[in-house]
Design a protein around this ligand. Structure first.
Ligand SMILES: C[S@@+](CC[C@H](N)C(=O)[O-])C[C@H]1O[C@@H](n2cnc3c(N)ncnc32)[C@H](O)[C@@H]1O
Length: 344
């Protein structure tokens, strides 16, 4: 709900800290949370912004409420500068990597892309470049992007205490995989990990920085991504943990030594499953990423793992299947966590 549409814009339910979580759940279940304002702590109380009073709760007028920043609106900014039919096609979302804005633009808006780029830069004074995004291509997952404002395309993106240096025209960085990167940052302590599709260190770096595995072998085939992987290992001071390897994981993956194998690739990942399973010692953990039609989720992804393990005389226990993000209409990017054992 926006500031303008919020009915009682500055009301808040006041709850004792100990009761705050339960009260927040209750407010949400009644559909009364005002999502334009922040939940905030005040002394021994927590203030939960609401659009209407909730019976049984203490409701107060909130002093100096804190608002979330509203996503800037390109249609408002470019009103009068573009024909009305073009205004309707303007992008409503984009993402920011370091100081670079990445945006998908409707083909019919190509004549206006410079205007769109300048309007986006005006929204974010700390940003310096805008890239038009045409998607990711091929086995090396190379982005197709065009610079529509600014010049510089190399940047340092900071996320969850990890620094990722990258050239946003040369290597990908999936904003949608944030939750999975956060999850990986909690796993792997003291383990031997193999990251078979390491990229610039999407999963390797959060794990190395936060969980401190004994060793991570980070294998990457794309020389551009490998270049930034090496830079990022130094930038994050994890040289003693991460060994970068430029090459094909089909050849470089070691056998029978890993406590954990990460397969952060989609579409063709099943071809590498047996290699990954062979890398694991008994009891090791596999993270198998794959794209799956939504009507086959999660069974199809889990079946890939079970079948590959069975073909090697090993048993895969599926622990969970997680939706990483929507990949395309009707297709889910999923990750399967499986514990791989010998068949006894
Ligand atoms: C999809 S990207 C990683 C994306 C990442 N999971 C994320 O969260 O954004 C996969 C990487 O695997 C690399 N790759 C593809 N085939 C490979 C292979 N056979 N061996 C090693 N790396 C490979 C690609 O070059 C790419 O950098």
């Amino acid at each position: 709900m926006s500031r303008a549409t919020s009915r009682n814009a500055s009301l808040a339910v006041r709850a004792k800290r100990a009761d705050a979580e339960a009260t927040l759940k209750r407010v949400i279940s009644f559909g009364l949370l005002d999502r334009s304002r922040k939940v905030r702590e005040k002394g021994s109380y927590v203030e939960i912004p609401v659009i209407e009073p909730l019976s049984g709760c203490e409701v107060i007028p909130q002093e100096e409420p804190e608002y979330y920043r509203r996503t800037p609106n390109l249609a408002e900014a470019l009103q009068g500068e573009l024909p009305p039919e073009a205004i309707l096609l303007l992008p409503r979302g984009w993402y920011i990597l370091g100081d670079i804005i990445v945006v998908k633009i409707h083909p019919a808006l190509a004549p206006f892309q410079i205007l769109i780029g300048q309007a986006l830069l005006a929204f974010y004074p700390r940003c310096r470049t805008v890239l038009r995004d045409f998607g990711i291509e091929g086995q090396l997952r190379e982005p197709k992007r065009e610079t529509i404002a600014g010049i510089k395309t190399e940047t340092v993106h900071r996320e969850n205490g990890v620094l990722f240096r990258l050239d946003a025209r040369k290597v990908m960085f999936s904003a949608g995989n944030l939750k999975e990167r956060m999850r990986m940052s909690l796993l792997g302590k003291d383990e031997f990990v193999v990251d078979m599709f390491a990229g610039i260190g999407y999963f390797t770096l959060p794990m190395a920085v936060h969980s401190r595995p004994r060793k991570i072998m980070a294998i990457e085939l794309n020389p551009n991504a490998y270049h930034y992987l090496c830079q990022n290992i130094h930038l994050n001071h994890v040289e003693r943990i991460v060994e970068p390897i430029l090459g094909d994981c089909m050849k470089e993956t070691p056998q029978g030594v890993a406590d954990r194998v990460v397969m952060g690739m989609v579409q063709v990942t099943d071809r590498y499953l047996q290699k990954a399973i062979l890398a694991l010692r008994p009891g090791g953990m596999l993270h198998y990423h794959q794209t799956v039609p939504s009507w086959k989720y999660p069974a199809a992804a889990a079946k890939d793992v079970i079948d590959a393990a069975a073909a090697l005389g090993r048993n895969a226990e599926i622990l969970q299947c997680i939706k990483v993000k929507k990949y395309s209409p009707g297709v889910i990017h999923a990750v399967v966590d499986a514990s791989i054992d010998r068949i006894f």
